[in-house]
Design a protein. Structure first.
Length: 329
């Protein structure tokens, strides 16, 4: 417990030091017509997730060196992109290289299964970017990471698949970030930036990878279901609209809630957190521990969320279209 208190204090100090550096170097996020905020805010506060893993490694030994190198690579490239935009090709190469390092750490980088590994790499990088796309309002990245990490920690207590100290240290990093970001619109001290959203995505997927390999059960991805439904269905919607997926937008359900419906950022973030936590805890404690039951639960939860997403968009998406028309006037 004393070690965790020290880590939390170190993380808090590290975040405050970063704020001074970001302020001095003008690392800021300026709002535009696609933004869900209206004031200039420090960018890159999510670097605390990378710092948290380095501090954890220093305290508990460098147990996952390839994972740490991969995380440093992908978060480092993302930080550079936060400061000076990089080509998509550069970021994707870094993300696939980092994912390969995570797979090597997981012990699954085998040429004999090259087609499965290739597919898994695409899923890993794709999921990383979906989580990044979901970082658009105050509190949602740190809050959602907490409701993914806490169930992982609970499962790890009874069926150890990874060092518990890594999960706890990442939770502490998320709590530190919450102090400065889990605030109403216009009140956040900092935003995560790609370094934060990509970084925490890489960490959560690595932890889930350990759990999936340990149990041989891919349905544990249900811990990311709420983000997955909003992220993937919004991508599908944009493809239907023939949009460039690389361009900034605010078509996610959570963005329409925050922007068009004027629901507070904290309330929207809490809604996503509560729904995901209910689904995850139900999966852990209420769903029978069989493969069939797990798949039925996952498919059922996905169907409910997908229907809710579609109904929500049918009712409120026209408000976003009206907003887009107003930009052209």
């Amino acid at each position: 417990m004393i070690t965790y208190i020290i880590i939390f204090i170190l993380l808090l100090i590290a975040e405050l030091l970063y704020f001074r550096i970001a302020d001095k170097c003008n690392i800021i996020d300026k709002p535009n017509e696609r933004s869900s905020h209206s004031t200039i805010v420090l960018r890159g506060g999510g670097i605390i997730f990378l710092i948290g893993v380095w501090i954890w490694s220093a305290f508990f030994g460098f147990q996952y060196p390839w994972f740490l190198v991969g995380l440093t690579l992908v978060a480092g490239i993302s930080f550079v992109d936060d400061v000076h935009s990089l080509p998509d090709s550069v970021r994707l190469v870094a993300q696939f290289a980092a994912a390969a390092m995570a797979f090597y750490q997981l012990g699954i980088l085998h040429w004999s299964m090259w087609w499965i590994i290739l597919l898994a790499l695409v899923v890993y990088v794709g999921a990383t970017n979906v989580i990044n796309f979901m970082d658009g309002i105050n509190g949602i990245t740190a809050g959602y990471s907490l409701v993914v990490l806490i169930p992982l920690a609970l499962v790890n207590l009874t069926d150890t698949f990874v060092a518990q100290s890594l999960i706890v240290s990442t939770i502490l990093a998320s709590l530190v970030f919450c102090v400065f970001n889990f605030r109403p619109k216009g009140k956040a001290k900092c935003f995560a930036g790609d370094v934060g959203s990509i970084g925490i995505a890489f960490i959560m997927l690595f932890l889930l990878g350990h759990l999936i390999i340990r149990t041989g059960d891919i349905t544990w991805l249900i811990f990311l279901l709420v983000y997955g439904v909003d992220g993937c269905l919004t991508i599908a919607h944009r493809i239907m609209l023939h949009e460039n997926l690389g361009e900034a937008h605010r078509k996610h359900a959570y963005q329409i809630m925050a922007n068009e419906l004027k629901i507070g950022h904290v309330k929207v973030a809490l809604l996503y957190m509560v729904i995901q936590l209910i689904i995850s805890l139900g999966f852990i404690y209420s769903c029978p521990n069989t493969m069939l039951a797990h798949w039925v639960y996952l498919i059922g939860a996905f169907a409910v969320l997908a229907i809710a997403y579609i109904l929500f968009m049918k009712k409120y998406y026209h408000l976003h279209e009206e907003y887009l028309i107003s930009l052209k006037k």
